[in-house]
Write a new protein. Structure first.
Length: 210
């Protein structure tokens, strides 16, 4: 009798899960797995969008540094012998002084650079042109600086522009009075294709000369 009781007790201890217990366990694990999957997917999506924005904002900041410096310099000046003054002339959206990369010229900024101690000597005109070069699915923004007809430098500032940049001024951009504030409006995408929306930004510069 004692042996029979021990065998029955051992048999009870080795019993497995019942079907209702198994179904409840599987259901709970499914709910937990679905929640965890949502968290992981959300994390990966947020990480991708964040990385995309960092790359786009890097291009914007790089271009802004050049743009602000160029706008601060604008101011082509002539010489009026009668009044002994150096009146300002059109300095925004002027013809470029040298050959440019292929693409669409967005704007050309210009200023006078004096290299002679003779105040009546004709100064050299420096032009800086921003050109949108066609690229796969968009444009790249290239800055070309010229002293007279000589090309000083050509730098690619931005990649994967969604559309052609536009330029706005606080007064007419072609005015001989020369605008005080000139802005470049851009819309840039992540060049690696991450992120679904373009980053739009307005790069503003203020003329230093009065």
């Amino acid at each position: 009798m004692r042996l029979s009781a021990r065998l029955r007790a051992l048999h009870r201890r080795e019993d497995g899960f019942t079907l209702p217990e198994l179904m409840i366990t599987v259901t709970i694990m499914g709910v937990i797995s679905a929640g965890l999957a949502g968290v992981v997917i959300s994390f990966l999506t947020t990480t991708t969008d964040t990385r995309s924005r960092l790359i786009e904002s890097h291009d914007v900041q790089f271009a802004a540094a050049y743009w602000q410096r160029d706008v601060a310099s604008i101011g082509v000046r002539g010489w009026d012998a009668g009044t002994k003054t150096f009146p300002l002339q059109q300095s925004v959206d002027v013809p470029p002084g040298c050959s440019l990369p292929s693409g669409t010229r967005v704007v050309t900024l210009a200023w006078s650079e004096y290299t002679s101690t003779d105040s009546t000597a004709t100064p050299t005109t420096v032009t800086v042109s921003y050109v949108a070069e066609p690229d796969t699915g968009g444009y790249n923004l290239v800055r070309t600086r010229c002293t007279g007809a000589a090309v000083d430098s050509s730098v690619e500032l931005m990649h994967s522009l969604e559309a052609l940049p536009t330029v706005t001024c606080d007064i007419s951009c072609t005015s001989a009075s020369v605008p005080s504030v000139v802005s470049l409006n851009v819309s840039v995408l992540d060049p690696d294709g991450r992120g679904s929306e373009a980053l739009t930004a307005t790069l503003s510069g203020e003329r230093r000369q009065t």
